[in-house]
Design a protein around this ligand. Sequence first.
Ligand SMILES: CC(C)(COP(=O)(O)OP(=O)(O)OC[C@H]1O[C@@H](n2cnc3c(N)ncnc32)[C@H](O)[C@@H]1OP(=O)(O)O)[C@@H](O)C(=O)NCCC(=O)NCCS
Length: 246
Amino acid sequence: MTEWLTSPKDLSLKGNEVHVWRAPLDMPDVRIEKLFEVLSQEEKIRSARYHFSRDQKHFVAARGILRNILARYLAAEPEQIVFSYDSRGKPFLCDTFNNKEISFNLSHAHDLALYAVAVKRKVGIDVESVQQDFQWEEIVERFFSSVEQAELWTLPVKDRLRAFYTYWTRKEAILKAMGTGLTDEMREINGASEPLKSTCLSRAGYPRNGYAHWTLIDLDTGPRYASALAVEGRDWKLRCYMYSPE
Ligand SMILES: CC(C)(COP(=O)(O)OP(=O)(O)OC[C@H]1O[C@@H](n2cnc3c(N)ncnc32)[C@H](O)[C@@H]1OP(=O)(O)O)[C@@H](O)C(=O)NCCC(=O)NCCS
């Protein structure tokens, strides 16, 4: 069971901690407008490309809240934050003012956003909205490892949909931590197996010098969502916060 704490007044992030934040994205227009103001020019232009107003508002809210969360760790103003992107689109903080070496990742689904923040370690987070009528079988054949497929098919029929989302979010969290995004590599990553709460995975060839150890944790975000967090290394503690505007 994930314990979601109210956000503390004095926030500090130690080297052996990972913080996860959850934030609702549906909010009154007046708050969206306030968050829009802290976005960069490039983010404002990107927000205008969304076809549906709801998606546009969710993007503005998710990015605006990201800036507000990171600003608290950096003791900066949200609008001062500068992001860079790697070749696959993973955002990170620009070196010039990130002397604390903070890393982060975010995910949003429907009206929920999750953020992971850490120091000097890679993090990846994924949330999916559970669709009861989702046709998952073809995706399993294409993207799931043989171990995952075997485990999934032995589950009672009523548990398979939830298991599909659980495995998927674990795999995506790891790929997001590595920054690769969704690729055919997804098949190589095993998100199945007990214990469900904390699975340590190794993957050959990463980083260059050998094996990296990833800790994978399922986050409890209620029955409508499946969520997972992937963190580089094992020696860290998790703290989960509910975001509320200042
Ligand atoms: C990253 C990815 C898995 C996200 O999928 P998703 O389930 O639709 O979205 P999520 O809500 O979980 O995550 C979105 C967030 O992840 C972050 N993100 C984007 N690319 C990322 C990557 N490669 N790795 C980790 N995080 C990434 C962004 O912050 C994004 O939020 P934004 O909308 O504010 O920009 C998917 O976009 C992907 O596979 N991207 C890689 C694309 C690629 O390979 N491009 C090659 C160059 S063209």
